[in-house]
Ligand binder design. Structure first.
Ligand code: PDD
Length: 287
């Protein structure tokens, strides 16, 4: 399998970075995950814009312009022997150069960033899995206040997600100060009386590319929707709760902390939105 590392495409086993890389030592970097359908990256410009925002957020200069990123990503896509891919992109603050301290919290001087990308087969949920839905647990969102940065330092998210895994569930729904933020690796929507609701983008969550698509589809198809703060009580009394992400797409959460969500099966709006999302994807693939 070919991966990309600092200007070269090479076999995975040949891709090596220094143990002093800031990504390894400090988790000092950002990432993106771009779904690719039939070798066509989905919403690539949006992902690259979010990458720019993350880099700005950690004060790291973007090593490439949009055209160069696009070119590298398309090359990586073509090198794989599977059509549906998830492209992982990571940019770290690099390895300190000779004469600089080996480990110093201060940003290193003169260190080029490390750019690493690889592709994995994109495995999305099957219709049977979608029809079943998933369970979730809730937890206090104890992350930092800059969750809009897609940082590789994901320790808090990992610990939160593991709470779901330990309960044989798919996701942890996070609440901060009594309000919904997002999932450990997804955005969360709720539905009540036919109205779709999502928390507003802020520093307390990562605004998903899927989140944006879902809201665009709701607007385009006349589905009543509101972007506003959502209380814990509203989450617990919702008719439907969904998780959305590039890899999960639109997935109904049918049980939260052991209690059924609505009727305990994927609701009608979840199924409708998933169908709209699949149609939208097909259009992109055909374009
Ligand atoms: N994560 N919020 C968090 C904390 C996330 O990690 C993700 C996605 C999202 C949804 O973003 P998008 O719709 O752009 O995938 C929201 C990816 C899938 C990951 O870390 O693997």
């Amino acid at each position: 399998m070919s991966v990309y590392l600092n200007g070269r495409f090479l076999p995975l086993a040949a891709a090596k970075v220094s143990v002093l890389d800031r990504g390894f030592v400090f988790g000092d970097g950002v990432y993106e995950l771009v779904p690719v359908y039939s070798r066509k990256p989905f919403r690539l410009d949006d992902h690259l814009r979010r990458l720019q925002g993350s880099l700005d957020g950690i004060r790291l200069a973007n090593p490439h312009g949009v055209a160069a990123w696009r070119d590298l990503i398309l090359q990586l896509v073509e090198l794989q022997d599977f059509d549906d891919q998830s492209i992982y992109i990571q940019v770290t603050r690099g390895t300190p150069v000779e004469g600089q301290p080996l480990r110093d919290h201060a940003f290193p001087k003169g260190a080029p960033p490390t750019v690493f990308m690889f592709a994995q087969p994109l495995v999305t949920a099957t219709p049977v899995q979608k029809a079943a839905g998933v369970c979730a647990v809730s937890a206090v969102d104890n992350r930092w206040l800059r969750c809009n940065i897609k940082a590789i330092s994901l320790l808090a998210n990992l610990l939160l997600r593991q709470q779901a895994v330990d309960a044989d569930c798919a996701e942890t729904v996070m609440l901060r100060d009594g309000y919904l933020t997002e999932g450990a690796a997804s955005n969360i929507f709720v539905v009540k009386d036919g109205v779709l609701r999502a928390p507003p983008p802020s520093n307390l969550m990562l605004t998903g590319i899927t989140y944006d698509v879902v809201l665009e589809l709701a607007a385009a198809h006349g589905i009543p929707h509101e972007v506003r703060a959502i209380s814990e009580a509203e989450v617990r009394s919702a008719d439907e709760v969904w998780m959305t992400s590039s890899t999960r797409e639109v997935m109904a959460i049918v049980k939260l902390d052991g209690a059924p969500v609505g009727a305990g099966v994927p609701g009608p709006l979840a199924m409708r939105m998933d169908a709209l999302y699949q149609t939208f994807k097909q259009q992109v693939m055909r374009s």
